[in-house]
Design a protein around this ligand. Structure first.
Ligand code: SF4
Ligand code: SF4
Length: 449
């Protein structure tokens, strides 16, 4: 088996958030292989922990992937302030005599956005709605690299490292089987409040879980890297639940066309055609525009939005929501069948390095200062006796179940096979019996009756 086949068989998907099947990324040749260890969203601890704890394994995987891609350059990009992590990685590079560079980034958000990272590392801007490969790069998250190391040792993806932060006794790292209930993870971190809601991921782009039903149903997937526990009345939840009609009214009455949303937009900074202030200016007449050409002229920029949230959570002095408006507009562009042309050769703006959003100021704006700067050092193993494993933990088609209720499965055994096209294998994360299969996933129990 070559590396791509091994990665596919092991069910590896991007561990940093979106869950793009990694074997598809690796089915290429690239000039530069970039490892994303920036962990740019505030409060997340996972990638830093992995760099400090598993540096030799990560470096071994970087060398293997770079050789597979025939990359001339292998780079681990992370924030310059991560001194302990840089020291651990540098020691491992020296010990292995590995041709791997460390690239130190500033402390800004979104340093870990892969297009921003590629621009910082190589000086090249990825085309609008393009891939890093369009400019000769492949980017993988540091957690994905650790999974590749495991795959080379014959271990599929069955566990996940994640941090639990916010209103807990102390930030903590957990190592848990995929499919573990999120409530088990929160309990292990000892929440300091009872009436809480959760964010899975980072405070800027994470998934909000507000209702008890949603919290109870949520499980750890291959992409879960962090859980934030916050009071239900926190500002972030208020912003997350604003309905589109309220946003439309607020925009019409309060947008002062200051352009801050555009000036600080990371995609605008790398040269993409995206001016959220113009989308906001035209929003009031959006329902009345019937002609698709006119619609594209007014709103086509929204197609280049990556949902980072800088515009609405940091830039806008009026507390408006350009990101949510762009999300709505993107849906409308799809519904109308409008194909917005792409600039394939964008050039970063000359002021790109002067307009980055400092993380500490962002944290203050998000109302999270009380939790910032607290780090997770301890890592606990959880061994639940029941897991629910979703078939769709990745971008693309859900995997197809190959077991049935009543089947005995060993940890690491294949549970659902990748579908045709873009998909990924899913493995049993504990040894036990399949006790339930739904269209969403399978429940395995190790309880003895
Ligand atoms: S930053 Fe806010 S007020 Fe300024 S143009 Fe953008 S949406 Fe309007
Ligand atoms: S969310 Fe806002 S800042 Fe981020 S890419 Fe979209 S328009 Fe730009």
């Amino acid at each position: 088996m070559n590396l791509t086949e091994l990665v596919k068989a092991s069910g590896i998907v991007g561990a940093g958030g979106a869950g793009f099947p990694t074997h598809v990324k690796l089915n290429a040749k690239a000039e530069c292989f970039v490892v994303n260890a920036a962990e740019c969203e505030p409060l997340i601890e996972t990638d830093k922990y992995l760099c400090r704890t598993y540096a030799p394994q990560i470096i071994a995987a970087v060398v293997a992937v770079a050789a597979h891609l025939e990359a001339k350059r292998a780079v681990i990009a992370l924030k310059g302030k991560y001194k302990a992590e840089i020291a651990a990685l540098s020691d491992a590079i020296k010990l292995a005599d590995a041709p791997v560079e460390i690239f130190e980034m500033g402390t800004f958000y979104p340093a870990g956005d892969e297009q921003t990272m590629v621009q910082q590392v190589t000086g090249r801007s990825v085309p609008e709605r393009g891939l890093p490969l369009d400019v000769g790069c492949v980017v993988d998250n540091v957690g994905t690299l650790l999974n590749i190391f495991d795959a080379i040792q014959g271990r599929p993806v069955v566990d996940k490292f994640l941090s639990v932060v916010g209103e807990v006794k102390a930030p903590i790292m957990l190592h848990v089987p995929v499919g573990t209930a999120i409530t088990e993870c929160v309990k292990a971190a000892e929440p300091t409040i009872t009436d809480y809601a959760l964010i899975l991921g980072g405070p800027m782009m994470g998934k909000v879980l507000l209702s008890q039903a949603d919290i109870d149903a949520a499980v750890v997937t291959k992409t879960t890297g962090n859980i934030i526990v916050l009071p239900k009345d926190h500002y972030l939840f208020h912003r997350a639940t604003l309905p589109m009609e309220a946003i439309r009214h607020q925009t019409r009455s309060a947008c002062i066309q200051c352009r801050m949303c555009t000036d600080l937009c990371p995609r605008y900074l790398i040269g993409h055609q995206i001016r959220p202030n113009l989308v906001m200016r035209n929003l009031w007449r959006e329902p009345g525009i019937e002609d698709n050409g006119e619609y594209e002229r007014c709103f086509g920029d929204a197609a280049n939005c990556c949902d980072c949230g800088i515009c609405e959570m940091f830039a806008c002095p009026m507390g408006l929501s350009p990101r949510k408006v762009n999300q709505y507009i993107k849906g409308q562009l799809r519904q109308r069948g409008i194909q917005v042309p792409r600039n394939m050769e964008p050039q970063a703006r000359s002021f790109v390095d002067q307009r980055h959003t400092p993380t500490d100021r962002l944290v203050a704006r998000l109302g999270l200062s009380a939790y910032y700067g607290l780090h997770a050092h301890e890592c606990r193993e959880l061994s639940p006796n029941e897991v629910f494993i979703p078939f769709s933990q990745h971008i693309g088609k859900p995997a197809n179940m190959v077991k049935a209720v009543g089947d005995y499965v060993e940890r690491g055994e294949i549970l659902a096979e990748a579908a045709e096209g873009l998909s990924a294998n899913v493995h049993a994360s504990i040894t036990g019996v399949v006790v339930e299969v739904t269209d969403k996933g399978a429940r395995i129990s190790s309880r003895k009756e």
